[in-house]
Design a protein. Structure first.
Length: 415
């Protein structure tokens, strides 16, 4: 079947049937070809090709659970104004996560639209930013653990948008832990959501370069901070302290950051929070040039860097918030079985509820069981493990079992 999809959904193994472009604007020699490398996918971005037609009978299809607002079912679908249609209007359900999933999905779309408008040189409406942040604050106050876990589980490919959204979610959680008023929380959230607006003003070729940036390119990339701040200052209704998030998120406690090389207490609390959160989301995300670290390893790294780069008090607070084993983490238990964390334990973070996926023999369980580690004295988490090692798609597993099992009764286990 021929399907029209956003080029951001392309992956190696898909077969391109055609691109709606004249050959002069088409960077590829052939009209029909198989995607064999990430470099090819990158060329779609470099050339600003947003949509592509794939033939699913000759190559891979889009992943299951692809949001339906990102693809159309056949070539008969109207192509005029397709970009607008493909951006959708906020009705993606955020599969498997109920209301929290819907808030995340709507916020993702809002962020994506805002950032695309920045790229197009439009001045965005600050109210759209505020509304998105207010929805997220509601979610943070209502069910922080789920939205934090979900922020790293969602299967949206475009880092630029998910990063902005995740940084906002994590910043709000830290602000809440610091006892911020709603007003202060809103300013922090707004600043976090727009902290990388300047990236949309960096040439795509540099922004999406799969390899290491040259010193010259890195210099241009660093300019995203000042470009972003200059853009944000043109918007009415963004407070000065929100702007500080964008201005200071790359400053480092020891003065080694940019653009100003501020040190220690010269950096605002908003800037210091954003610095920790920005690095955490960056190193836990899959990028073209590296695979994301598991949360546990990333938190260890951040902890190692706590004095040189960050405010150590905020690092410790952040680690407590994310938890050593966030929702969706895969863990090895001391009896050799492997499980996924499905519910935190506010009284003892090392004893969460887990979903048993692999028996000690290594066999995948037919009907995974939920275990409450706080009620099983002999069972303990030994370490976090990489989902890739077990070829587990955490998102799919969560969709299938996580929420269902949490709602249902916890099963007893023989130990
Ligand atoms: Fe940045």
């Amino acid at each position: 079947m021929i399907k029209k999809i956003l080029s951001s959904r392309l992956r190696v193994g898909m077969f391109v049937d055609h691109i709606d472009r004249g050959w002069l604007d088409n960077p590829f020699f052939k009209n029909q070809f198989e995607i064999t490398s990430i470099k090819q996918i990158d060329r779609f971005r470099e050339y600003g090709i947003q949509e592509v037609y794939i033939d699913t009978s000759r190559g891979l299809d889009v992943r299951e659970n692809t949001p339906d607002w990102e693809e159309t079912s056949s070539v008969d679908a109207p192509s005029a104004g397709a970009s607008e249609d493909l951006l959708g209007d906020g009705d993606h359900e955020g599969s498997g996560f109920g209301k929290t999933g819907r808030v995340y999905a709507a916020s993702y779309q809002a962020t994506r639209k805002l950032m695309n408008d920045v790229r197009l040189g439009k001045l965005v409406d600050a109210m759209e930013i505020t509304n998105t942040v207010e929805n997220l604050i509601g979610q943070i106050l209502n069910d922080q653990e789920t939205i934090i876990g979900l922020s790293k589980l969602q299967d949206y490919d475009d880092y630029t948008y998910t990063h902005s959204l995740n940084v906002c979610i994590f910043c709000l959680a830290v602000g809440r832990a610091l006892g911020y008023s709603k007003e202060k929380l809103a300013d922090l959230g707004v600043g976090a959501l727009i902290h990388d607006f300047g990236k949309m003003l960096v040439p795509l070729k540099i922004l999406n370069k799969p390899g290491k940036l040259t010193p010259g390119e890195f210099g241009i990339m660093k300019e995203h901070v000042t470009r972003g701040v200059n853009y944000i200052k043109q918007l009415s209704g963004i407070s000065p302290r929100a702007i500080q998030v964008a201005y200071q998120h790359h400053e480092r406690y020891n003065g080694g950051g940019y653009p100003l090389g501020l040190k220690g207490e010269e950096i605002s609390e908003f800037g210091k929070i954003a610095a920790v959160v920005d690095v955490y989301d960056a190193i836990t995300s899959d990028r073209v040039y590296h695979l994301g670290m598991i949360p546990n390893k990333a938190l260890q790294k951040i902890f190692e860097w706590r004095y040189q780069d960050f405010d150590s008090r905020l690092v410790e607070m952040f680690i407590k918030i994310v938890g050593i084993y966030p929702l969706g983490s895969l863990v090895l238990l001391n009896d050799g079985s492997v499980a996924m964390v499905v519910e935190g334990n506010p009284h003892n973070s090392v004893l969460p509820k887990v979903l048993l996926l692999f028996e000690k023999s290594g066999k995948l369980m037919d009907e995974p069981e939920v275990l409450d580690l706080s009620t099983h004295a002999s069972l303990r988490i030994q370490q976090s493990v990489e989902p890739r090692v077990f070829e587990i798609d955490i998102k799919k597993t969560w969709d299938k079992w996580g929420t269902f099992q949490i709602k249902g009764p916890t099963l007893a286990v023989q130990s």
